[in-house]
Design a protein. Structure first.
Length: 276
């Protein structure tokens, strides 16, 4: 029975991890360029780390296709800066200027073929957020611990449902792993990426930080009630809350640089922004 529980919890955690990876709001936005004769896949980045300018590359072998990259700071109503896309073999390339951590740009491309305009992404813009470099080891440990905590949360919850021991001990381990991954390595990642240790409550409304806080508080409450007769109910509730939190796409309401004050606020990282 216990082996089955661990296997089921592992499969549930893997499914959740896959969902998180495929729905994260900073994944590149996929579309295509249709010339009327051919269709070329196009990918627009929505997150960029480091201090260099961000390349925007379209792989379009048709040399009759040319155009411009247009961008402006987001969220503003500034005039868009226009940069010519340079032909490099079968690619059209331009760069977006690097921004401070959590700074965003709104950008799109205008293309034409032999004087006829090509509609890309229905004319909509893409939003890109810039971040600082996060060491791979730090990010890896943070991600591993968060999903490891998810695994133990699932196991503890299922054990509690069927009153199978040691669900109390599993609850304690879940809390410890979650606290280290979310409240220790989470702020370290945040500091590297956005130069802020914490942007959740009480300092802000960053959804990623606040999701972690809610999960930790749920398990803390479960631990407080662990000696009570109804401890299993609190553990089940904490497990369900954690599962619900992990189904919220990452970076959905993340850190954003206020272009006027230079301070980090919170904003929605949208797949695209309709202009008209």
């Amino acid at each position: 029975m216990k082996s089955f529980i661990w296997l089921f919890a592992l499969l549930l955690t893997i499914a959740t991890a896959y969902y998180q990876c495929t729905t994260v709001q900073t994944n590149p936005y996929q579309t295509e360029v249709n010339t009327g004769i051919q269709k070329f896949p196009a990918e627009f980045v929505r997150s960029y780390s480091g201090t260099t300018d961000c390349p925007v590359t379209l792989q379009i072998p048709d040399i009759s296709v040319k155009g411009f990259l247009l961008y402006r700071k987001y969220p503003t109503q500034d005039e868009m800066t226009q940069v010519e896309l340079k032909r490099q073999g079968d690619k059209l390339v331009a760069v977006l200027p690097n921004q401070p951590p959590a700074g965003k740009l709104e950008y799109k491309v205008d293309l034409e073929k032999e004087g006829a305009p090509l509609i890309v992404n229905d004319g909509a813009s893409v939003i890109i957020r810039f971040t600082g470099d996060v060491p791979g080891v730090v990010l890896g440990i943070h991600i591993f611990l968060m999903f490891f905590a998810m695994l133990f949360s699932n196991v503890a919850g299922i054990h509690a449902i069927f009153r199978i021991k040691p669900y109390r001990r599993l609850a304690i381990l879940t809390f410890i792993i979650l606290a280290i991954g979310g409240l220790v390595f989470g702020p370290i990642v945040q500091k590297y990426a956005f130069n802020e240790w914490w942007t959740g409550v009480p300092y802000g409304w960053d959804l990623t930080d606040n999701k972690t806080l809610i999960a930790v508080l749920a398990w803390l409450l479960a631990l407080i009630m662990i000696r009570k007769k109804n401890a299993a109910v609190w553990i089940i509730a904490a497990s369900i809350i954690t599962m619900a939190i992990f189904t919220i796409p990452h970076s959905l309401y993340g850190s954003e640089l206020d272009q006027e004050t230079g301070k980090i606020i919170q904003g929605n990282i949208l797949p695209f922004l309709q202009l008209f």
